[in-house]
Design a protein around this ligand. Sequence first.
Ligand code: SF4
Ligand code: SF4
Ligand code: FES
Length: 229
Amino acid sequence: MAVKFEILRRRSASDPPYTQTVIYDRDTDTTVAEALKYINAELLADDPVSWEHSCGQKKCGACAMRINGLPKLACDVRLKDFPGGVITLEPLKKFPVVRDLIVDRSVIFDDLKKLGAWLTEDAGPDSTGSAYDASRCLRCGCCLEVCPNFYAGGEFFGAAALASAARLISEAQGSDRKRLYGAYNERFYRGCGRSLSCRDICPAGIDTERLLVASNAAAIWKRLARSRD
Ligand code: SF4
Ligand code: SF4
Ligand code: FES
């Protein structure tokens, strides 16, 4: 069955967007990423759609875009997952558009820098399940796209930052741990509404609820311990 792609395009951040329709008349047992490659090579060779991709295996997060209205990895979803015969492709909306489906996600890394998400002391030996979960984050931004409380440049850093903070909190020692608790409180705990749409959308399957519970529990135990000192 032919699939009608409706692709939201824009030449640059300052140009107006327009929708381009492309009929893809091939096997639907393939990913959106593979279909886009074909479209660019065979159907739009004179004016290919700009988009980011690298690994093709759900490992890098580069190909995140809105597919039929929801943020997904183009290399993770197959055309036959959308039986309606129409697939819309749009850039993520929470980040500035660079061109076509490419957005500037540098805010994710800027927020990690502001969070101070690194260790200056030796990490402890006890890597927990939460730390493993958190380490799988692709920085794709899908969780931020559906988060009602995140906007680029805001005080609340969202689940992408939670994943890093949760991992480091579980491993940090001494003053690192104290600093990370403070940053976690300020940049995540106070602003999170616990709606958990981030957990449901994450293409890496990161259980953000589990990370939240573990980090919140650790932060509260620390506060209680301090009040008893
Ligand atoms: S937590 Fe999941 S959705 Fe959010 S940036 Fe990491 S991999 Fe992407
Ligand atoms: S639980 Fe809700 S408010 Fe908190 S980070 Fe996830 S989507 Fe955002
Ligand atoms: S190309 Fe790397 S996740 Fe899709």
